[in-house]
Ligand binder design. Structure first.
Ligand SMILES: [Zn+2]
Length: 104
């Protein structure tokens, strides 16, 4: 069950970037990976391509981390939390297990 979606605020709970918070840029449910803004920055060497929009040199960009390394941060109580699911009006909604408020 994948309960983290693009645009969610998450906290990193394991690895080098433990304690960092950021917005989810993309989720790869198939591989169980997630890309979070400002987390797991990887240096990449960018060669000059002749395209003025391409910055040559070393650029940093986010690399994917494991979904198990992040926890969603509840907008209501501001705490990293586990997510519960409820069905209301035939729609599945996510709920914070700490304060009981809806996340969606
Ligand atoms: Zn909450």
């Amino acid at each position: 069950m994948n309960n983290i979606r693009k645009g969610d605020m998450v906290k990193v709970i394991a690895g080098n970037d433990r304690g960092k918070r950021g917005e989810v840029h993309s989720v790869d449910p198939k591989n169980g990976r997630v890309v979070v803004a400002g987390v797991n920055l990887v240096k990449k060497h960018q060669k000059r391509t002749g395209d003025v929009r391409t910055q040559a040199g070393i650029i940093e960009r986010e690399g994917p981390i494991d979904l198990s390394q992040v926890m969603i941060v509840c907008k209501s109580c501001g705490k990293p939390t586990r997510v519960g699911f409820t069905f209301e009006g035939g729609k599945k909604s996510r709920k914070c297990k700490k304060c009981g408020q809806f996340i969606d």
